[in-house]
Ligand binder design. Structure first.
Ligand code: FEO
Length: 406
């Protein structure tokens, strides 16, 4: 079912209620792939959807206009969740010119046979008139791929923001004011942590570039359209893109026979002894990597633990560390902890990995041979307190702006 953003501008995307795995991201509320039709003297389709859902998109376009009369198809980003319907769309819209960035020619050309498509490369500063409305293009490399751009309609103060400001939510409400705001911001936080974090520097640059635009509505390629809570999502993006941190310590671990779990609980006690610091403990195998990354996004301190297996950390701890390293949650205070038995190496492997994460190591690993005794647990508690005190300093220096969900 289509939804109207402004006169002659409709959402024509697809709501994916059942997807739970988006290249490893746990989309526990499903997802949407948003596409928009702008009808004026000329008509433009802004982005497409995943290939299997091309039929739904085309049916919705056909309810509004004859697809053969569409003049432009804008591809803001070549990733297949937005572009894999392009072959079907371009076939159904033979008179349309595809508008995309120069870089998108590389990604689209690698995925699809573009022979027979009319293509016009556009970039920052270029615009196309549809009659009474304009499509103005703003290249936003690395938000989320090098080929990415956003499309702005100045007459409507409307920004089609591609992956930026998205959330993975399946909902019948297309707009932010048709959904509970805390849920939206939480999903935006999960999305930012798992998709956008590595490109935070570019997001900050994009926010500065977009600050010169008069924006009343942000229509991303995933999730709801922001029209009533722009201040909330923009504040959140300032926090996240500038790496601002909360007074929060995350204790994350995997355990073999429960020794490392006991250490984690003692560390949490130490963290909780520092007033004003939020403490959170996650057992990786009782959770998932999507949740671990989300908790890391704003945590100023991270205690990372694992038992020793084969002179290394446990496999799921290694997966979480690899994921965190790739997402580039830089600038956290941290220490390693964990148990060992006949062989050593788990906590040491974590400690070594901190350098690649660019985390500040507040102390050497806290280790326990087999089951932690009272002395080890006291050391864990003291280490938790030390980490919390340093996290407090980092958070206060970062200038985090509280969100309505904090
Ligand atoms: Fe939603 Fe980068 O694709």
């Amino acid at each position: 079912m289509t939804a109207e953003l402004a006169k002659g501008i409709h959402w024509v995307g697809y709501v994916d209620w059942v997807v739970r795995d988006f290249h490893g991201y746990n989309t526990h509320r499903g997802a949407t792939y948003n596409a928009y039709l702008v009808q004026d003297a000329k008509t433009a389709l802004i982005d497409t959807v995943k290939g299997p859902y091309a039929g739904t998109l085309l049916k919705q376009v056909a309810e509004l206009t004859d697809p053969a009369k569409v003049d432009y198809v804008v591809c803001n980003h070549g990733e297949p969740d937005h572009s894999s319907a392009l072959p079907a769309v371009m076939a159904a819209m033979p008179n349309a010119t595809l508008l995309c960035s120069k870089k998108a020619l590389d990604s689209l050309g690698a995925y699809y046979d573009m022979s027979g498509w009319k293509v016009q490369v556009v970039g920052t500063g270029d615009s196309v008139s549809l009659g009474s409305r304009t499509l103005a293009f703003l290249e936003t490399p690395m938000v989320h791929w090098p080929d990415s751009m956003m499309t702005y309609v100045p007459e409507e103060k409307l920004l089609f923001s591609m992956d930026g400001f998205g959330q993975h939510i399946a909902s019948t409400g297309r707009f932010d004011d048709e959904n509970p705001l805390p849920m939206l911001l939480e999903e935006a936080r999960i999305y930012y942590a798992n998709i956008v974090t590595p490109y935070s520097g570019k997001v900050a640059e994009t926010l500065k570039a977009a600050a010169g635009l008069d924006i009343a509505m942000i229509a991303p390629s995933h999730g709801v359209i922001w029209r009533s809570h722009l201040g909330d999502i923009l504040k959140a993006y300032r926090n996240w893109s500038e790496g601002k941190l909360k007074k929060k310590v995350l204790v994350v671990f995997d355990t073999m026979w429960g020794s490392t779990a006991k250490m984690g609980e003692a560390i949490i006690e130490g963290v909780a002894s520092v007033p004003g610091v939020e403490a959170k403990l996650i057992a990786i195998r009782s959770s998932d990597l999507t949740a671990v990354a989300t908790e890391m996004l704003e945590a100023a301190g991270i205690a990372f633990g694992s038992s020793t297996l084969n002179r290394d950390m446990l496999p799921m701890a290694a997966a979480a560390m690899s994921y965190a390293r790739g997402l580039r949650f830089t600038g956290r205070a941290a220490f390693a902890f964990g148990s060992y038995g006949w062989g050593t190496g788990g906590p040491e492997a974590i400690d070594k990995a901190f350098a690649e994460c660019k985390w500040e190591v507040v102390r050497g690993p806290v280790k326990s041979k087999f089951n932690p005794d009272a002395k080890v647990l006291d050391e864990c508690c003291a280490a938790g307190r030390e980490l919390a005190l340093r996290a407090l300093e980092l958070a206060e220096a970062s200038g985090y702006e509280p969100l309505v969900i904090d």
